[in-house]
Each structure stands twice: as structure tokens, then as C-alpha cells.
Design a protein around this ligand. Sequence first.
Ligand code: SF4
Length: 354
Amino acid sequence: MENIELRGCLEDELTEICLQIGLKRFRAIQLFEWVQQKAVRSWDEMKNVGKSDRHTLSTRLRFYALDKIREQRSKDGTRKYLFRLEDGETIECVLMDYARTTSRDRHTVCVSTQVGCPVGCSFCATGLEGFRRNLSVAEIVGQVLDITYYVRQEDPDFQVTNLVFMGMGEPLLNYDRVLKAIQLLNHSRGLNIGMRRMTISTSGVAPKIVQLAEDNPQVGLAVSLHAAQDAIRNDLIPMNRRYPLEQLMKACREYTQRTKRRITYEVALTSENAKREEAEALARLLKGHLGHVNLIPVNPVEGTGMERPDPEKIRRFAQVLEEAGISVSSREERGTDIDAACGQLRRQWEGELK
Ligand code: SF4
């Protein structure tokens, strides 16, 4: 019981604990609001909870905040954080601060779900490092809470408005915890981030895509497709050997039929795959699917040998898709001056320690 992480508890769970230890029900509500809405980082900051109650609660609940060990700020407003966890592992988290560059009041956090990643995509700095462990619910939620805390020190009205589970790790391989984190972050007494403003990005865990449609049809889904032929995709995303394209696209069809929501198909473009044949294969694969293609020119990552394609190649690739009637856009590049691609900051930091 003493190992329960406070930041990972729903209001009902806190109520149960409070009642068990002889505290009133309203204490649970106060506690939940301090942690999940006001984003405090210690027991001492909970001003309306008496010292003795705080002490009693701390015997049953573990409360720890993430340790910010590095922060980088991009000229475009993107901030990248490197957090140390309780066991010394490190994770990255990115705040894409759109309000700095446009009039839209939108602040998106890109959340990590695992330390390292078991999928091992050949173009990804995190994938190159291998898999260490799943994040707990408290660690997933904690990234959003701690970013909120830090930014509110400069801007007290700051609110995270959107989330993308697109940081380090494959969210659908840490499924139950990610879903509980979503429940917490969506809670009306918490940060109250709308379900429809959250997107889970997967490398293609087909059975979990179908399950997600049943469990939470409101969150958005992005699928990292990257290639439209198994032979090529096997090399980019080893997960494809387990769930090849036919199985993946069947799961995507089931998802859209059930949720009536379109899927975003992410396609990382390198100087190698930004070719007409690839675009045509992609158009054939996606024909009749309710989806949108997002083209992402890759950030060069040391050790992968991949290079960014020139803009004209990207434009021609998009044109082939448009002519086939497929909705397509090219992702806005964020934070390119601060190594914003997943895993790069952690890799750089660990390199400095060697
Ligand atoms: S791209 Fe995503 S799924 Fe692939 S290795 Fe990196 S973190 Fe894992």
C-alpha cells in the first residue's frame, strides 16, 4: 500500500485511501486538485491540508516530482526537457509552444511512455538505445504536470491544451497505464485536457488499435506508416514483421469504422524514400481509408545515416497523393535548432557522462 504513487491516483482511489486512514472525503478532492490541477511538486505546497494530515497521507502515498536536469529552448518557442526519474533513468518531453509564433492559443506537450523503446525503428535515436522499462502512470502524467509547473513560474495562466503520445516509447505497448494517464489528464478537477485534443501515436500494434477503438474512441490516433511495402517497412520498423501491413490496415479500418474518426498516417521522408514509386504505393495502400497523410522530413540523427530530402522532392511526393484523392500535409518543423526529435537530447546527455 505504501508504494502507491500519488500522481497516478484517480479521485476515487484517493477517496478510498483517505477514508481508510480516517480522513474526510473532501481531503481527497483537495489532494487531487493540488496534484492534478495546481501541479504542485511537494506536500508542503498544499496550503489547505494540515501538517498532520499531510504526514498521515505521506505514509500511504509516494509523491515525487520529476527532476529537470536539462531544458533547451528553441527560437520558435519549442522547449525540450530532459527529466530524471526516481531510479536515475532519463526521459525527454517537448512543449511545442505554438502561441509564440501564431495567434492560436495552443500548447502541445509531446509525452514519453517508456524509457527507451522495444520497437527499434532504424531512424530513431530512442530506438537505437534499446528498451529499459515502461513508465508508471505517475511518470507519464508527471511530465505534463512538471512542464505546467515550470512554465507557470513565468506565466501563471499557462495551460497545456493538447497532448501527443509521441515521445520516447511505443504507447500501445504500455497500454493500460497510458489509458489511465489520459483519464487523469482529462479529469475536470485536473488539467481538464479534452480527449479530442489528445493523440496516441503508434508504430502499428494492430490488436491494440482495435482495442483502443473499443476502450476510448475519443482520443485521436496517428499511425507511423513510413512505407507502403512490407519489404521496406520491415527495415524501418521491425514491428512490421509481427503486424505486417495487411493486418495493420485491417485494424485501422476497424478503428475508423467504430470511431468514425480519421487516422493520421505519419510518413517520415528521407532522401532515400521520397520517391514517386513510394508515393504511388502509399496511394494504393490508403485508397478507401478514412485518413490523412502527414509528411515529416526526418531530422538527421547521428548513427542512422539518414538525410533530409530536399523540399522539391517532398512537394512532388505530396502531389502524387493529392492526385490520388488523399488528404496530405507536411508537418510544421518544430525546434530544429534544439535537436527536438525524440531521443536526441537524452542520447547527447548520456554521451557527455561517458
Ligand atoms: S520511432 Fe517511436 S516506436 Fe520507433 S523506436 Fe522511436 S520511439 Fe520507438
